[in-house]
Write a protein that binds this ligand. Structure first.
Ligand code: PGA
Length: 260
């Protein structure tokens, strides 16, 4: 199958940033700035929970999609502070990020939790963006592949080939997140290819060639084009550079150089 079938996918993870008013303003700027974007790039923004509904209203009539940054796996019940996949769906989200390294480290999320969240999201028609990535000690100790393999196997546990066609993976080396240190395009490609090989083992070539794998970690207008030029890098999951319309819009137009 032609890898061109993997539509480039640029996603903004706003993390715990922006008030509702600021979120609406940024979403409107992104909506207006992408009106002429061709539909060969998929664009997603993931504001904090409290802004999902207001932003969904702003995005009406736009091709820009909405995503959440986390969820719990139960549908409802006594889980104080959590949001369920059906609630996220109702707010207009097509995607939800799961297993982000900040959730894995600060909130002790395990691969098992990530797989339960992915399952619960798929069950209500929301696509999970499943994040994996090694910390600096792992990379320096030559354990990147082992760590990434463990996270991929654990986080996708129980998902079928059919499920995988609705899952997006994100490789985010933890040492590159918010640090300004990007993995070089070659370093990122090496791990993306490794991940795709794991998918081939698990789901076969046809499915593996259709799963999109985003890169995340200090993606900026200056480096997006080189990263996106790698054969197994299908998109970007962007934190810092997604918080300003100007830089996010440059990322979205990576095909024309990404940068002014
Ligand atoms: P960053 O964050 O672009 O600020 O490095 C990426 C991410 O955490 O998804």
């Amino acid at each position: 199958m032609n890898p061109e079938a993997r539509k480039p996918f640029i996603a903004g993870n706003w993390k715990m940033n922006k008030t509702v008013a600021e979120a609406r303003k940024l979403a409107l700027e992104i909506k207006n700035g992408t009106l002429n974007e061709s539909d060969d790039v998929e664009i997603l923004i993931c504001p904090p929970f409290g802004s999902l509904y207001p932003v969904s209203e702003v995005l009406k009539g736009s091709a820009v999609k909405l995503g959440a940054q986390n969820c719990y796996w139960e549908k409802n019940g006594a889980f104080t502070g959590e949001m369920s996949p059906p609630m996220i769906r109702e707010l207009g989200c097509d995607y939800t990020i799961v297993g982000h390294s900040e959730r894995r480290s600060y909130f002790r999320e395990t691969d098992e939790w990530v797989s339960k969240k992915a399952r619960a999201l798929l069950d209500v028609g929301v696509s999970p963006i499943v994040c994996v990535g090694e910390v600096l000690q792992d990379r320096e100790g030559g354990r990147t592949n082992d760590v990434v393999r463990g996270q991929v196997l654990g986080s996708l546990d129980g998902l079928t080939s059919e499920d995988m066609l609705r899952v997006v993976l994100a490789y985010e080396p933890v040492w590159a997140i918010g640090t300004g240190k990007t993995a070089s395009p070659e370093q990122a490609q090496e791990v993306h290819a490794f991940m795709r090989n794991i998918l081939i083992d698990l789901y076969g070539l046809d499915v593996a060639l259709r799963v999109r794998i985003q890169y995340g970690g200090s993606v900026k207008p200056e480096n997006v084009t080189a990263l996106m030029g790698q054969p197994d890098i299908d998109g970007a999951l962007v934190g810092g550079a997604s918080l300003e319309a100007a830089s996010f819009l440059k990322l979205v137009s990576f095909k024309t150089g990404g940068i002014d």
